[in-house]
Design a protein around this ligand. Structure first.
Ligand code: DX5
Ligand code: ZN
Length: 219
């Protein structure tokens, strides 16, 4: 069943010189999850942060930390992100040869497990993990950078995944990431998404705008 819409600001678009304050500010502004983009310069063409930074900003919010690993291999770093304070750890289906085992490892660390797929990967890649996965993350841009345009061919995939989730009796978040603004937010929710990641649409403008930015995505 589609759950109420939750907003997950991506700190990739935050001011990294004031990351702790930025995490507090979006938390106070009504965010539901803190989305953390981890990039390795190998699986995706950009480098961001590691577990040390997650640990440093963890105390700035009580919200769940939704950690999106765009790294290969992912397995050697799962425990470090769990210990750093991640609550949900999402890996890419394309980056994990033994995806089911990786998800079991995340669960074994006491965390929720997520699987993300890039725009060219079909929904069927998730068919045999529906009994374990807690969150499905549909990339609506090619992962690597904030501020890219939404790829609308992903809408049908969101619908397919909504149907796949509804056929199970499990609670599985259907999250969308990339190019989310008030207009595309409305579209993805109408196709079945219930968690919206947004970087530029939340952190754009002044810190005073965060509350309105989040509100306009939720509408
Ligand atoms: C892209 C990241 C996204 C990104 C979203 O690889 O996974 O979370 O920060 O940024 P916007 O919302 O600006 O497209
Ligand atoms: Zn992300």
């Amino acid at each position: 069943m589609q759950q109420p819409v939750r907003i997950a600001p991506s700190i990739l678009s935050a001011d990294f010189a004031r990351l702790g304050e930025e995490v507090s500010a979006v938390s106070a502004a009504g965010a539901d999850y803190i989305h953390v983009d981890v990039m390795d310069g190998h699986f995706v063409p950009n480098l961001t942060i590691g577990p040390l930074v997650v640990r440093s900003v963890r105390s700035f919010s009580k919200l769940p930390f939704d950690v999106h690993l765009m790294i290969v291999p992912a397995d050697p770093y799962l425990a470090a992100f769990a210990e750093a304070g991640a609550d949900i750890i999402t890996v890419h289906a394309e980056a994990c040869t033994h995806l089911y085992r990786t998800l079991q490892t995340i669960k074994g660390l006491g965390k929720k497990c997520g699987v993300s797929i890039v725009p060219s990967t079909p929904a069927s890649a998730l068919e045999h993990v529906m009994d374990i996965v807690d969150l499905i993350l549909v990339m609506t841009v090619n992962p690597g950078f904030g501020g890219q345009s939404f790829i609308s061919s992903q809408l049908e995939k969101i619908k397919t995944l909504r149907d796949m989730i509804d056929k199970t009796s499990r609670v599985i978040d259907l999250e969308v990431d990339g190019g989310i603004n008030p207009k595309t937010a409305q579209e993805v929710v109408s196709y079945g998404a219930d968690v919206l990641v947004a970087g530029s649409a939340v952190f754009g403008g002044n810190i005073k705008n965060y509350k309105d930015n989040i509100k306009s995505l939720r509408k």
